[in-house]
Design a binder for this molecule. Structure first.
Ligand SMILES: *[C@@H]1O[C@H](CO)[C@@H](O)[C@H](O)[C@H]1NC(C)=O
Ligand SMILES: *[C@@H]1O[C@H](CO)[C@@H](O)[C@H](O)[C@H]1NC(C)=O
Length: 667
C-alpha cells in the first residue's frame, strides 16, 4: 500500500517537475529553490543530493573534490562583449568537521569543460592541478569561497572571497564581509560557520565589471558588493560554457553544501526564497551550537557533582552512625540500642552532657524521645576476642533487677567501641558527695542506709540471682545516688570488659588500689570474698570519710591501720568522719567500723559472706567480739601491714598494668 502510494507520488512529482522545468526555465536561465531533485546535475562520486533536495558537494573525507555542473552548456556570443553578461544567486554552507577548523572551500565556476578528473583537491579546490594552474588555455572563471590560507597561492587569509581567472592566485580578493543596507556598516561573516551564506555574482559585459556580494541568508541583497572588479571576460569565455560548483577537502575537512541556485545568462538571476531552501543537516547544526553542548555538559557535570555530594553525605552520615552488629546479636534485639538514637539522645555526645570520665571512657547524660533520662557510657574496646561471651553477659546483666543496682538498659557496639546504657542517677557518685567541700555532707542516717543498700545489692548479685555475679570493683566511685539518695551499685561485671579490652591505659584492670584483697593481687582471681574485702574497705571509707590508702608524708597509711590505732588509743568510734560532728548512732557506728575490719580480713576464709553482713547490719546476728588486742586483729594488722609495706603505688600499678595482668586474670 505504502509502496503504491509512493510510486503515485513519485509519478506526480516527476510530471510536475517537468511542467515546472518547462515553465520556469528557458534556455537562458534556471532556478532551484527547493532542492536539486529535478536538476539532473552532473555529480562526482563524492557528491550527492539528499532526500530533501540538498546538494552535498563533499563530506568530511580527506582530500576529496566534488563537482556539480548544470548538464547543458550555455551558448555565448563572444563577439559582443555586452552579451557576455550573466548573473547568478546561490546559497551554500560549509560545516567544518571540528568546531573551528575545516576546509577547504567552495567555488562557483564557468568552464568550457565538464572534466575535472585531473584537478586536485585541497587548496586547488578541484579546479586545476599544479601544472595547469595559471595556464590561459584553461578558460576558467571562478569565484572562490576559501576557508584556508594557502601562501603558495597568495591567499590573503583563511576566510576570503576571491576572483580567479585561469588560476587560483586570485585576481582580486577580500575578507568575507558584507555591507548592511541603509547604514552601510561592514559586517564580518564566517564562511566556515556552518550557517547558510547567500552569494550573488553579477557580470556586466558592457561595463566589464564583476560584482560579488555575500550575506547571511534571510536578509535582502546588500546594495554594496564585497568585490567589484573590472574584468574583460571576452578573453576567457568561449562560445559554449558550463556552469557549476566545485568544492574540496584537504587534511582538514568540511561537509560542503549548496542549498539553492538560480542563474541567468542574459539578465538578473531570480532571487532565492530562503524559506523554501532545504535545511543544513541538524546533526551538524548541533555540533556547531556549542551553547547547547556546553549547557548539556554543565547539566551533566552539575548532576554528577550532586550525586557525588549526595553519596559523600550519605557515606559521612552512614559513618557517623555506623555500628558493628553481628548475626549472633539478633536475639538481643531489645537490649541493643541503635547508635543513632544514643547519638541524638546525648546531642551528639556533646561535652555539655558529659557527667563522668575515667580510665574506662566517658559517661554522658542523655534523654530518650520518651523523655526518660539515661546515662551512656562509652568504653573504648578494640578486641573482638571474647566479645560474644561478653555481650551475652551484659545482656543477662540487663535482666538483673534490684533497687540498689543501677539498671543496665542495653548496649551498642561500634568499631573499637562499646557503649552501655544505664538509668540516669541524678545525684551522681557517692565518691563525689563524700569528698566534696561544697555539697552538704551526708548525715549518718543517709550513710548507713547507703551501706545497707549496697550490702543488699551485693547480696543479690552474689546469692539471690540465677548466677553468681562478682562485681570486681566496689568503691564509692561506683556507687551512684538516686533521687532519694539511695545508693546503687553500678558497673557490675565491667572489670571483665577491661580484661578483654586492649586499652593499655586501663590500670585498674582488676579493680582499684586499696580495695584489692591480698589474695586477688597474688592470684588475680576474683571471688565473692574479694568483693567482700572491697565492700569492707567501702564501709570504713563511708564511716570515716577517708580513703583506704592515704598518702602521708613519704609513706602511705592504710585506713585499717589507722582505725586500729584509734581503737587502741581510745574508742573505735573516734575514727568516725569528723564531718558528722558526732551526730550518729554510736551503736551503728561501732557496728559498721568493726564489720568493716572484719570484712577486710586478710584471710578470705575468715571474712563473712554478704548474707552474714546483712544479718549483722540488720541486728539479726551479733558480731563476734573482737578487740584491737585480740589475736585475730593482731594477725590481721600484721598481715595487712605486711601486704602494704613495700607495696607502694607504683608497684601496684605495675602489677595491674603489665602484661602479667592477662596471665593473672586468665589463670
Ligand atoms: C563520503 O562519501 C563517500 C562516498 O559516498 C563515502 O565512501 C565516504 O565514506 C564518506 N565519508 C564520510 C566521512 O562520510
Ligand atoms: C594536470 O592535468 C592535465 C590535464 O588536464 C594533465 O595532462 C597533467 O598531466 C596533469 N598534471 C599533473 C601533475 O597531474
Amino acid at each position: 500500500m505504502a509502496e503504491a502510494l509512493r510510486s503515485v507520488y513519485f509519478w506526480l512529482f516527476f510530471n510536475l517537475s517537468i511542467i515546472f522545468l518547462c515553465s520556469s526555465q528557458n534556455e537562458n536561465e534556471f532556478i532551484y529553490n527547493n532542492g536539486f531533485h529535478e536538476a539532473n546535475l552532473q555529480l562526482d562520486e563524492i557528491s550527492i543530493i539528499h532526500h530533501d533536495g540538498l546538494l552535498q558537494l563533499t563530506n568530511t573525507s580527506k582530500r576529496q573534490a566534488g563537482h556539480a555542473l548544470y548538464p547543458f552548456p550555455f551558448k555565448l556570443n563572444t563577439s559582443s562583449a555586452e552579451s557576455l553578461s550573466f548573473s547568478t544567486n546561490f546559497v551554500f554552507a560549509i560545516v567544518p568537521e571540528s568546531d573551528k577548523i575545516g576546509g577547504h572551500g567552495i567555488a562557483f565556476f564557468i568552464s568550457p569543460s565538464m572534466d575535472f578528473s585531473k584537478a586536485v583537491p585541497s587548496s586547488y579546490l578541484g579546479l586545476f592541478n599544479t601544472t595547469e594552474n595559471g595556464l590561459p588555455e584553461k578558460q576558467i572563471l571562478a569565484v572562490e569561497f576559501d576557508t584556508v590560507q594557502s601562501p603558495e597561492l597568495h591567499d590573503i587569509n583563511g576566510n576570503h572571497v576571491g576572483i580567479d581567472v585561469n588560476s587560483l592566485v586570485s585576481k582580486d580578493s577580500a575578507t568575507a564581509t558584507y555591507y548592511s543596507n541603509g547604514e552601510g556598516k561592514k559586517k564580518s561573516l564566517m564562511l566556515m560557520s556552518g550557517d547558510p551564506i547567500e552569494a550573488w555574482i553579477d557580470y556586466d559585459g558592457g561595463e566589464k565589471l564583476l560584482n560579488v556580494t555575500i550575506s547571511p541568508i534571510g536578509i535582502t541583497k546588500p546594495e554594496r558588493p564585497l568585490l567589484s572588479t573590472p574584468l574583460n571576460l571576452s578573453d576567457v569565455l568561449l562560445d559554449s560554457m558550463y556552469v557549476g560548483f566545485s568544492a574540496a577537502t584537504g587534511e582538514i575537512t568540511s561537509d560542503q553544501y549548496v542549498l539553492g541556485w538560480s542563474f541567468n545568462r542574459s539578465g538578473q538571476a531570480q532571487n532565492l526564497d530562503a524559506s523554501k531552501l532545504p535545511p543544513v543537516p541538524a546533526k551538524k547544526k548541533a555540533s556547531k551550537k556549542p551553547g547547547v553542548l556546553v549547557i548539556a555538559l554543565i547539566v551533566i557535570g552539575v548532576a554528577q557533582l550532586l550525586i557525588v555530594v549526595i553519596v559523600a553525605a550519605y557515606i559521612v552520615w552512614k559513618k557517623k552512625y555506623e555500628e558493628v552488629c553481628e548475626d549472633w546479636e539478633k536475639e538481643y534485639g531489645p537490649q541493643r540500642f541503635p547508635y543513632k538514637n544514643l547519638y541524638n539522645a546525648t546531642k551528639g555526645f556533646k561535652d555539655k552532657e558529659l557527667i563522668g570520665k575515667g580510665g574506662f571512657g566517658k559517661v554522658y547524660r542523655g534523654v530518650l524521645p520518651s523523655n526518660e533520662q539515661i546515662a551512656v557510657k562509652r568504653v573504648s574496646h578494640d578486641s573482638k576476642q571474647g566479645m560474644k561471651e561478653f555481650v551475652a553477659e551484659i545482656v543477662s546483666m540487663g535482666r538483673l533487677r534490684h533497687r540498689n543496682l543501677v539498671q543496665l538498659r542495653g548496649y551498642c557496639r561500634r568499631k573499637g567501641e562499646f557503649i552501655l546504657v544505664y538509668d540516669y542517677m541524678p545525684n551522681g557518685s557517692l565518691e563525689k558527695v563524700l569528698y566534696s567541700n561544697t555539697e552538704q555532707p551526708l548525715n549518718w542516717f543517709q550513710r548507713f542506709r547507703i551501706i545497707r543498700g549496697i550490702a543488699s545489692g551485693l547480696l543479690y548479685l552474689h546469692e539471690e540471682w540465677e548466677q553468681v555475679v562478682i562485681h570486681r570493683d566496689i568503691k564509692p566511685g561506683n556507687v551512684l545516688l538516686d533521687a532519694e539518695l539511695n545508693g546503687r551499685l553500678s558497673d557490675f561485671g565491667l572489670a571483665k570488659l577491661y580484661d578483654h579490652g586492649s586499652n593499655p591505659q586501663t590500670t585498674n584492670l582488676l579493680g582499684t588500689v586499696g580495695y584489692l584483697a591480698p589474695e586477688l593481687i597474688r592470684t588475680g582471681k576474683a571471688t565473692t570474698a574479694t568483693d567482700v574485702f572491697a565492700f569492707g574497705a567501702f564501709m570504713l571509707e563511708v564511716a570515716c570519710g577517708r580513703r583506704p590508702i592515704e598518702q602521708q608524708g613519704d609513706g602511705v597509711v592504710g585506713l585499717v591501720e589507722w582505725i586500729t590505732n584509734c581503737w587502741r588509743g581510745g574508742a573505735i568510734i573516734d575514727a568516725s568522719d569528723w564531718r558528722l560532728e558526732g551526730i550518729y548512732s554510736e551503736e551503728h557506728m561501732e557496728l559498721v567500723l568493726k564489720l568493716g575490719l572484719f570484712c577486710s580480713h586478710p584471710n578470705p576464709a575468715a571474712r563473712p559472706n554478704m548474707r552474714q553482713v546483712m544479718q549483722y547490719l540488720d541486728g539479726d546476728a551479733t558480731l563476734p567480739d573482737i578487740s584491737p588486742d585480740s589475736s585475730s586483729i593482731e594477725v590481721f594488722i600484721t598481715s595487712n601491714e605486711a601486704s602494704n609495706s613495700g607495696m607502694s603505688f607504683p608497684s601496684l600499678f605495675e602489677i595491674s598494668s603489665s602484661n602479667q595482668t592477662m596471665s593473672i586474670s586468665n589463670s
